[in-house]
Design a protein around this ligand. Structure first.
Ligand code: TXA
Ligand code: MG
Length: 321
C-alpha cells in the first residue's frame, strides 16, 4: 500500500512544503544525525498536542526543542557558563542541554509538560539544519516512533511506525549516529540524564570534571527514562554468547551471528546499526533476540542503556511511556 504521508526530498520544493506543513500546525518527520524526529512548531499548542497524539505519548513526558543556532537556544533558556562551554564544544551535534526555561520565550507549555526546565538542541544534520533555517522557528521533536518503540534511523522506519499519523516525512537517508542525543542537565551540578550519541567522557573532558550520573533507580529526571523503552516486538536476552533454539543472535565483534552490530567491534558503527538491526530482526519474526555483550565505554554506554530498556519487562499498554 502506498504511504499516506507525503515523502519529501531534501531539496528546495521539499523544504518549502515541509515549512508550510509546520506553519499550518502539522507534523513533519525529519532526519537528524542521531535519529529521525517528529517535528511540529513548538509555539503552537495544537501542533505540539498533535505530536503526543501521534506517538500515543503521555502528556507528562516533555519534548526536546530543536533550533538552528546557539543564539536561538539562548533566547529560550537561562544560559550558563557550563552551557556555553558545551555549546561551543559540541553544537551543532548530538547533545541536548536541559536548562531553566526562560519565561516569555513563546513556547507552548505542552513542550515542557509543566516543568520549569527546557531541553534544547542544535542538530548537525544538514537536512535538519536546512529545515530549521527555512522554518525560522523552534521545532519540538521527539524521536519519530510510537511511544515506547524503537527509534527510527531511516524514513522507512518512520513510515512503518507512524504512517497515517504524520503529514510528511523528509527522506534524508540513514542517520549517521544512530542513537539519540546525550542529555546533560544543567539546572544544578551538571548531570548525565541520558547517555547518547556524544560519549559522556567527551562532555566530562570539556567541563574538566566528572558528570553526576543519575542512578538507574533515581526519580525520573528525564521522564522518558522509564525502564521499558525502545522495545522491539521480540523479547531480548542480553550478554548472550551463544544462540539458543528459536533465537536470532545480534552480534558484536568477530562472532558467528545472524546480524552484526560491528564485526570489527567498532562502537560508533554499532551505535549507527543498533536500531536498524533490531528493526530488521524484528521483521524476520524472531520471538527472541539474543544480543552479544557490548563494552560499557564511550558509545557503549548509550548502546547498553537502549538494550537494557528494550529488554526490560513491558508496562501494560495503558502505562506505556
Ligand atoms: O536525538 C534525540 O535527542 C532525538 C532527536 C529527534 O533530536 N530526540 C529524542 O527525543 O530522543 P525524545 O522525546 O524521544 O527523548 C527526549 C528525552 C525524554 O527522555 C524526555 O523525558 C527528556 O528528553 N526531556 C525532555 N525535556 C526534559 C526536561 N526539561 N528535563 C529533563 N528531561 C527532559
Ligand atoms: Mg524517543
Amino acid at each position: 500500500m502506498p504511504p499516506t504521508a507525503e515523502i519529501l526530498r531534501p531539496d528546495a520544493p521539499g523544504l518549502a512544503r515541509a515549512t508550510a506543513v509546520l506553519t499550518g500546525g502539522g507534523r513533519v518527520a525529519f532526519p537528524t544525525e542521531t535519529v529521525y524526529g517528529l517535528g511540529a512548531d513548538a509555539r503552537q499548542g495544537q501542533a505540539v498536542a498533535g505530536i503526543f497524539a501521534a506517538k500515543d505519548r503521555p502528556r507528562f513526558n516533555p519534548l526536546i526543542v530543536h533550533v538552528e543556532t546557539v543564539a536561538a537556544a539562548r533566547n529560550l533558556v537561562e544560559w550558563s557558563g557550563a552551557a556555553d562551554i558545551l555549546a561551543q564544544a559540541f553544537w551543532p551535534g548530538p547533545l541536548t542541554l536541559v536548562l531553566p526555561v526562560r519565561p516569555g520565550g513563546g513556547l507552548s507549555e505542552l513542550v515542557t509538560a509543566g516543568l520549569p526546565s527546557l531541553a534544547v538542541r542544535v542538530p548537525a544534520h544538514p537536512v535538519a539544519r536546512a529545515l530549521l533555517g527555512a522554518f525560522g522557528g523552534p521545532v519540538a521533536a521527539p524521536s519519530a516512533n510510537p511511544s515506547g518503540r524503537i527509534s527510527p534511523t531511516t524514513a522507512a522506519h518512520v513510515l512503518a511506525g507512524l504512517d497515517g499519523r504524520v503529514e510528511a516525512v523528509m527522506d534524508g537517508g540513514a542517520c549517521d549516529v544512530g542513537v539519540e542525543s546525550t542529555i546533560v542537565g544543567l539546572t544544578g551540578a551538571p548531570v548525565l540524564l541520558r547517555p547518547g550519541g556524544l560519549p559522556a567522557e567527551a562532555v566530562e573532558a570539556a567541563l574538566g570534571h566528572p558528570l553526576t550520573r543519575r542512578a538507574a533507580t533515581a526519580p525520573l529526571d528525564a521522564p522518558g527514562q522509564m525502564a521499558s523503552h525502545y522495545a522491539p516486538g521480540a523479547t531480548l536476552r542480553l550478554d548472550a554468547t551463544t544462540r539458543q533454539p528459536g533465537e536470532l543472535l545480534l552480534g558484536f565483534g568477530a562472532t558467528d551471528c545472524d546480524l552484526n552490530l560491528s564485526d570489527t567491534g567498532d562502537l560508533t558503527e554499532a551505535a549507527a546499526n543498533l536500531f536498524g538491526h533490531l528493526h530488521t530482526l524484528d521483521r524476520r519474526g524472531a520471538a527472541r533476540i539474543a544480543v552479544a555483550p557490548v563494552p560499557q565505554n564511550g558509545l557503549g554506554l548509550a548502546i547498553n542503556d537502549r538494550l537494557q530498556r528494550a529488554a526490560a519487562p513491558r508496562p501494560r499498554a495503558d502505562s506505556e511511556v
